[in-house]
Design a protein around this ligand. Sequence first.
Ligand code: ADP
Ligand code: MG
Length: 341
Amino acid sequence: MSIKLLAPQLANQIAAGEVVERPASVVKELIENSIDAGASRIDVDIERGGHKRIRLRDNGKGIAKDELELALSRHATSKISNLDDLESILSLGFRGEALASISSVSRLTLTSRPREQSEAWQAHCEGREMQVKLNPAAHPDGTTIDVADLFYNTPARRKFLRTEKTEFQHIEDVFKRIALSHPSITLNLTHNDKPVRRFPAVAQDNRSRRIAAVVGKKFIDNAIYTQVDYEGITLEAWLGNEQVLRSSSDCQFSFVNGRGMRDKLILHAIRQAYESAWGVIEQPAFVVFLSVSPRDVDVNVHPAKHEVRFQQSRLVHDFICKSVLDALIDTQGELGAGPVI
Ligand code: ADP
Ligand code: MG
């Protein structure tokens, strides 16, 4: 067999396998794009767990008519232009892969109007088999992306979709993580036309109000708060006390430089602290924000950016563990009884 370049559609579909695992990954990519576009309000409407439709509307800076098609192409990004940018990345996106991937496995309509453009334009493509079609449209400032019939042309992928309920739970999880890290953005989520989550904007420095809205008032009322700085690393944490320990891990939220993570190192450090302080065996509940210099962390480990790699992972681990441990031990006296195990 001779070597051939993959056709662009096939290349995009292969990449989609990594970026677009399920409807929730589409929701994550689209919301992150809206945040990068400076939106202060994002509305997400889901039909049938995202199997049928995922629609997102934002009031961000929009995409100019002559860039609509480019936005849907692979490796097209407005966010980085050289390796140096990649090493100090602050935007959520940078791979220029999401829209190309999503549009290769769905029927995608992108409608947008930048503030300085007098009318809106719409691009439509079906699995990228056909050319992108551009039409004039009516739309306020900002962008709407409508993703219908996800995986309609990749039956092997479609087979792996779970029930509507399960897929929607994953979407809600993504939505909650983003809501926690971006308190100053108004975020609304509906499912089958019913409002499910409404998070009005709060001041960036009033994180606890957003946490109360997302995780629950009981959690925030009982949480132990700590903030620690050490050698350019900052940890801000709300730590569940024994009254809100859970049997599942659904209340464990960690963020690195504003990005939601399910990072093993962070989880391990926190669990170790709980175990040392309280001998806890159940799942602790926590909301933890870690800030490090972008140069000390590599976010380009996985296409979906779930994991990071720290330059000094041991240091980061021990810093988190010690900070959490100190906070738990400090408050033990105040809480009185300590853990009931
Ligand atoms: P990336 O986010 O990695 O740059 P994407 O494929 O997600 O790649 O998006 C491609 C480009 O399309 C972005 O760099 C951005 O310029 C533009 N874009 C995507 N979504 C939006 C949006 N909601 N508002 C404004 N511009 C957007
Ligand atoms: Mg993106």
